[in-house]
Structures are given as C-alpha cells and as structure tokens.
Design a protein around this ligand. Structure first.
Ligand code: BGC
Length: 803
C-alpha cells in the first residue's frame, strides 16, 4: 500500500490541482473544509465487489488506467445542485500519480492526448447537459500490450446526473455505452485483475460487473472537488472505502416497484405505496436484488452481534457489538432493522430502525453500540382505519423483532419486544390524501395458502376533508399591539436588540409593507447580495429597509455555495449519505456554514431531501436515500452543522418531488400513509431534530394540489402537527392559479392562505421583474386575504430575520 498524503502536503496540493475555474488562492476557502470533503468522499465510496482482495492496490504495483473519466472526472451533477464555481477539481489519473502509484505511462499518455483533442462538451443549454461522455476505443493489441506491463487494470466509467431531466434507459445513461462495455471486456480478457470505478451521481445498471467477471467494483459517486483524490486514497488503501448503499441495487431496472408508474408527464400513481426500495424487494422480490440496501465492503471484516433488546420508556433499545475480525484497522456501520406486526396494515418485512458507525477499530478490537429506537420510529400510520384507529400513528399489538447486521439482507434476529394491545402513538386528522376523483389501488401484502407472501392490492383511501371549513375555522386572527398607546414607533433594529416585541413591529406595518414581505427581491442575482446569488428576501423594498428590515441572501445548494465567487465543491448528497456518518457530515456542514459567512450567503438552499423512489430520477444525486430515517438523519446533520454557525439551511423540496419530467406540472398521487411514512418522514425528522430556519416547497403537485398552494401539507402537517415555526418559501417561481376553494384568491393570495410565506425569487413568471398583485388585490374582498394572514406571513419572515 502507498502512504497517505500529509495534511500539509494536501494544502500544497490544493493549489496545484487541475484547475477548472475560479480563484485557487481565495483565502475565504478553508483547507480544513477541503480535507473534510476528501475524507467524506472516501468514506462514502461503496465497495461492492472485491474478489481475492483485488483492492487495495499493492504498493509499487504498476496499474493501467482505462476510460476517459480517469481524466475527465465527474465531480458533481449539473443544475442548481452542482453549479458551483469550484477552485479546482481533482481527477484519478493525476491523484494516483501524486500518491506515487506507478500508472502505466503509455496508456496514460494516449488518454491525455485524446482527452485534450476531444474535450468534453459540457452542454450550454439548461437541462441538455451530457449524460455521459463519448469514450475512446482501444485496439485489442494496445490493451494486451498494457497488460504485459501491468497486472491490474482500473476502468473508470462515468455518468453525469442533472436537474430538469432524467436518466434514460439507454446506453450512455442507465446502461453501458458499447465502447465502455468493450473496454471492460478487453480489460477482463487481458489483465490478471480488473477494477471498475463508477463515478456517478445516480444509480446506473451494475449487473455487468458480475456478468463480465470484473474483480472489484467501486461505486465512487460524485465526491466534489476532492473526489479524484479521495478515490485514489481508496484504491491505494490510504483510506478505507467506508460507504454503505443507501438504495437497493436491483438486477434490472424493470425490477424496481416504481418502474411502471414513473415518468408520466401528467401524473404518477405511487401504487407501490410504502413498499419503496428495500421495503419492496425484501418483502416481495428478494431474488431481484443485486446488492442489498445497507451493503458495502471495507478492507477488513467485522462480526456484528446483537446483545439484547430492552424496552425503555420511549421505545426499545438494541445493544450491538461489532468486532474487527480482519487484519486492517477499519470502521463499520451497525444497522438495526425492525419487523413489525400489521394489525391489518401491510408491513414490509424489515424497516431500518437505527444505525451507528463505529470508531476505527484495530484488528481484534470491538465496540458496543446502543441504538435507541423511539416508538415513533416503530409506528405505522393507519389511513384506512383497519387497526381501529384511523388517521393515527399506531403500534399494532404483537411482536416487534429486531435484526442487526451490516445490511438489510444479512441482518440477524437479535431479540424482540411485545406490544400487548394496539397503542396509539399520535392521533392526527386526515390530511393531503388523494382526491376522490382520482382513486387508485395500492400494493398490499398478502399470504397464499402456504403462508408465502404474495402481492395483493387494495383501494387507497381518498380525502374526506372539508378543506374550506378547515381553513376558515383556523384563519389566523389579526394581531393587537402589545405596547401601550402613545409609545414611540417601533423600528426593526429595536426588535433585533430585544428592546421591542416582534408583535408590535408587525402590528405597526401597513398592509402594503406586510404584503411585500411575502415576495423575494423579484429576480435571481439580486443586487442586494453577492454576485450570482439565488435571490433575496426580507427587506426587499426601500420602505422596508427604511424601517430597518435587512435583506437576507439565498444561494444554492447541496454541493456548495453557488455564486460568481469561487466556493468549495462538496460530495453530492448520495455520497454524503453513503457514509452513514451523520457526525462527520455535521462537522463538514459547520465548516461550510463558515464559508457561507465568508462569501455572503445567509440561506443555503440545502439539504435536498426527496426520497429516491426511482433510479432514473435526474436529481437523485442531490438527495440521500430510498429510506426516510437515513434521509432525515442526514438532512438533520447538514442543517445542524450549517445553523451552528448562525446561518440558515433550507431543506427542499417539500414534498414528493420524485421526478424531473414535467416537474412543474406533474402530480404525485400517493396515499396518505405512504406520504407520512415515506415521503414526509425525512422532513418531519429534520424539523423536529434540527429546526431548520427555512424550508422550500416543491414544484410538483401532491394529490392534485401544487405544493406551494397546499394548505394541508404546509399548515396542517408542517406547522400544526410538527410545530414548525420557521419560514416557508417556494421553489423558484410558481404556477399562477386560482384557488378552487376560495375563488376570490389567486396566485400569491392562494399561496399565503396555504401558509407558504415567500414567493422566490419573487417575479410572477420565470425571469420576470414584476410581482403579482394578488395579495393586495384580494385584501378587503369577501373571503379575500385577511390582515391576520398577512401578519402571520410577515411574522414568519421577520422572526427568521431576528434569529
Ligand atoms: C431548484 C431548486 C433551487 C432553485 C434556485 C430550482 O430550479 O429546483 O432546488 O434551489 O432552483 O436555484
């Protein structure tokens, strides 16, 4: 094995790396953050195959690199989640050389010349970026000659993810290009050992690795500016590949439960219901799994043993030990799954209930982890009343069995707890359920005569809510002044300094000023903030600023601060989640918060928290997992880290933004149970664990209603049930529409009644510099927007500015 670069040489290397754009010498970027990016990119890399310990590479052993992505490395996806002005990006070829690996120079020279002569076309049109890059063909004798000089080939395959478009079921996207397949075949034929490194934002077909007999398969993800260096660390053994899959990888795309109901431009019925990802595969189709959820190899082995399950006041507590039984120091992830009784509800055979990453354990060393599983993480939501408790989180009576291990499939039973009688954990009310005019059937777990689990179906319960009555009975009342008559006028600085109450300031505002707080500063790249920002909110008019209300500046996003200035490029969301290491992610996010302060970003439009429902979704790279608990804990880590520096994070896109095709019109039709257990659960965790200051709605409709007009999502569930007190903003621009429940309302008036505070960036359509007038137009009309509603909205904005 070669040795690791020291911290100081890393700093020196930061300034020599292959520069893509920007100012390398920007002193606002911290080498400490670059080091964290490097460590996390290695920790998130998932080793899926490693026959005969092909990896790590042996010290001083010559290696032949094949595939252009060795040089044209894919550091991140395209679109708002990737468009960061990175100071540099690393690539595998340079970094292996940097670490002293004897890279075959003849092949390397061929690739360097070819890549220079055939530069990657990054695509200039939004959403029309490349999905992969054309590959260079190698003659058989060239490969055979290289195999005389090196025993091991490393073949690098790359896939680019991106916003506003999906991956497609074609060569060069989900499938291998013919030229890539030929390279792999040539490598396997000629070299003693072949390593495939897949650099991708989204999951692609990986069945070829087994089929072609590739010895080692490393899923490198997109690791940001330090990705190339991190993967060099992993290949040389300077770092262990620490990643565990956050999604099931199926044998074929058609095996995914969403496959028949994904990509329709108008609407998709989520017929798989709660059976998303491993919940489906482990229950109904275990044979369709290539690599199970939670799986990933390290350079050592661990024995993971359950040490007992106990009941606590708040739930269950599972004790687990992990012992390093291999020869190298290594850390592992202990995973706890639960099998729950149904009480009439269709339950997956296993659900993730908790996990913990061990320290780096020396060979022979063990560590005990105690995983607490609160009742709420074991509960199910009954949307039909089958348990006798409709619209409640329930614990059906019966045995809750816990499994511990290193992935969902191999986890072993560790003990159980009994629930004597069905318990109601939380009684709620029906909200956001599918509309009665769009009924559909969902997958249900049934058993045949032999007791084998089979696929059944049942109708999805539809909405019975009188939304009009619900909203009218809960309209916010107008505020009254807390201070006495004749007191001096309140300025916002007084509120910030604690000399006056927020309520008094809100009461003092005119309806016009109140309404202005409900819009951003109209366009992206607001002149109120640093060049290239995503927009401003708060003090967006002269009048508001004259009262002391400051503007607050938003920037994308999950992989780094998107500004004209240079900013650190982080590992993509899936790479971060694959670390299963929320503590380390939180530390990195805190360093990122400091960079926000240095660059002039107040609100980071991150984390992306939508569920990986289907592997073709173009933005999966920004998101974390098919599992809501893992999603919620990773999102909480990012929010806590960023907000520990006084900046704000903004989880997005709330909710069920699971495809990019026609994303601004598409309707996600999903049962209330699947919404609450899968698609909203991550957001619920982040709200209750990390209290994000801002939250962004999604573009799509949820059960027929655009998320930015969705009263039940934003007011009933987010604010009333989860107690969210922060600011809610739209995704960038919204669809103008009349409120079907209150025809006097349209556009922003419809939005404010739903509880969505600020239209971002503020214009009435894409790139418009004009705001809609709907709030002021409806104010004073019968059933129009009330003073209380405007004040409540303004108070959310102003409370955020004080925080
Ligand atoms: C994306 C958001 C992003 C916003 C601002 C939208 O197109 O969906 O995720 O934060 O643009 O750039």
């Amino acid at each position: 094995m070669t040795t690791d670069a020291t911290a100081s040489s890393e700093e020196a290397l930061l300034s020599q790396s292959s520069t893509r754009s920007g100012d390398v010498a920007d002193s606002r970027l911290s080498p400490q953050l670059a080091r964290a990016v490097r460590a996390l990119a290695a920790r998130g890399a998932v080793l899926l195959r490693n026959e005969d310990q092909t990896l790590p590479l042996q010290a001083s052993e010559p290696v032949a690199l094949l595939g252009r992505v060795q040089k044209d490395w894919i550091a991140v996806g395209y679109g708002s989640g990737g468009d960061v002005n990175a100071p540099y990006v690393t690539n595998l070829l340079d970094c292996l050389r940097e670490q002293g690996v004897a890279v075959d120079s003849e092949l390397a020279a061929l690739y360097e010349q070819w890549c220079q002569a055939n530069p990657v076309d990054p695509g200039t049109e939004w959403g029309k970026w490349p999905l992969s890059f054309p590959e260079m063909e190698l003659a058989d004798d060239v490969v055979a000659a290289a195999a005389q000089r090196a025993r091991t080939a490393v073949v690098v395959i790359g896939r680019a993810a991106g916003e506003d478009r999906e991956s497609v079921l074609e060569p060069g996207s989900y499938y291998l290009q013919d030229a890539e397949r030929r390279l792999l075949e040539q490598a396997v034929r000629s070299f003693e050992r072949t390593v495939a490194v897949v650099v991708t934002g989204n999951v692609m077909d990986l069945a070829w690795a087994e089929e072609l007999g590739v010895d080692a398969l490393l899923l490198a993800w997109c690791g940001g500016m330090e990705g190339g260096r991190a993967i060099a660390d992993v290949l040389t053994g300077a770092a262990e590949p620490g990643g565990r899959l956050t999604d099931t990888i199926a044998r074929t795309y058609e095996d995914y439960p969403s496959a028949g109901h994904f990509g329709d431009p108008e609407a998709n019925e989520y017929t798989e219901d709660v059976f998303v990802g491993y919940r489906y595969f482990e229950t109904f189709a275990p044979e369709a799994v290539l690599y199970p959820f939670g799986f990933g190899l390290g350079y050592s082995q661990h024995e993971i043993t359950g040490e007992g399950v106990e009941l606590t006041e708040d739930g269950a507590c599972v004790a687990v030990t992990a012992v390093n039984t291999g020869d190298l120091p290594s850390s592992t992830v202990v995973q706890v799954y639960v099998a729950k009784p149904g009480g009439g509800l269709s339950q997956p055979v296993r659900e993730l209930a908790g996990f913990g990453r061990t320290e780096q354990l020396a060979p022979g060393e063990g560590e005990e982890q105690v995983i607490d599983v609160p009742w709420r993480d074991m509960a199910s939501y009954d949307d039909s009343g089958v348990t006798g408790h409709r619209f409640a989180w329930v614990l059906p009576a019966g045995t809750y069995t816990f499994y511990v291990g290193s992935d969902v499939r191999s986890a072993q039973a560790a003990g159980s707890v009994e629930v004597e009688e069905t318990l109601v954990v939380e009684q709620l009310e029906q909200a956001a359920a599918p509309a009665a005019d769009h009924p559909f059937e969902r997958l249900a777990r049934q058993e045949d005569e032999s007791g084998t689990i089979v696929r059944g179906s049942e109708p999805v319960p539809v909405s019975e809510v009188d939304l009009r009555e619900r909203i009218l009975s809960r309209l916010p009342q107008a505020l009254t002044p807390a201070q006495g008559e004749g007191e001096p006028a309140v300025r916002f600085e007084d509120v910030q300094a604690g000399r006056a109450s927020l309520q008094d300031f809100v009461v003092s505002l005119s309806p016009k000023d109140l309404s202005c707080l409900a819009y951003g500063d109209v366009t992206m790249d607001s002149p109120l903030g640093a060049k290239g920002n995503a927009g401003a909110l708060g003090g967006v008019t002269q009048e508001l600023r004259a009262l002391g209300v400051p503007p607050s500046i938003t920037t994308d996003g999950p992989s780094g601060i998107r500004l004209a200035a240079t900013a650190s490029l982080l590992p993509c969301g899936t790479a971060l989640a694959s670390t299963w290491d929320p503590e380390a992610v939180e530390e990195m996010a805190a360093l990122h918060g400091e960079e926000m302060a240095a660059l002039g970003s107040d609100i980071l439009l991150s984390p992306g928290m939508n569920i990986h429902r289907d592997p073709l979704c173009g933005r999966s790279f920004e998101y974390y997992s098919e599992d809501p608990l893992l999603t919620g804990l990773m999102g909480s880590a990012v929010v806590s880290g960023v907000q520990s520096t006084g900046r704000a994070a903004c989880p997005k896109h709330f909710a069920a933004n699971n495809q990019e095709t026609n994303r601004i019109f598409n309707d996600s039709r999903v049962s209330e149970r699947a919404l609450r257990e899968i698609y909203l659960r991550g957001f619920e965790i982040v709200v209750t664990e990390a209290a994000p200051k801002v939250l962004m709605t999604s573009y799509n409709k949820v059960n027929g209603v655009w998320a930015h007009y969705h009263y039940d999502l934003v007011t009933t569930i987010l604010r009333r049930e989860w107690g969210y007190e922060g600011l809610v903003i739209t995704d960038w621009w919204m669809r103008m529409a009349q409120d079907p429940t209150f025809p006097a309302l349209r556009d922003s008036a419809y939005r404010v009644r739903a509880g969505v505070d600020v239209l971002m960036p503020g214009g009435d359509k894409h790139f418009s510099t004009v705001r809609d007038d709907a709030i002021m137009d409806s104010y004073g009309q019968e059933e129009g927007i009330t003073l209380g509603e405007m004040q409540a909205t303004a108070a959310h904005v102003l409370r955020f500015l004080v925080s």
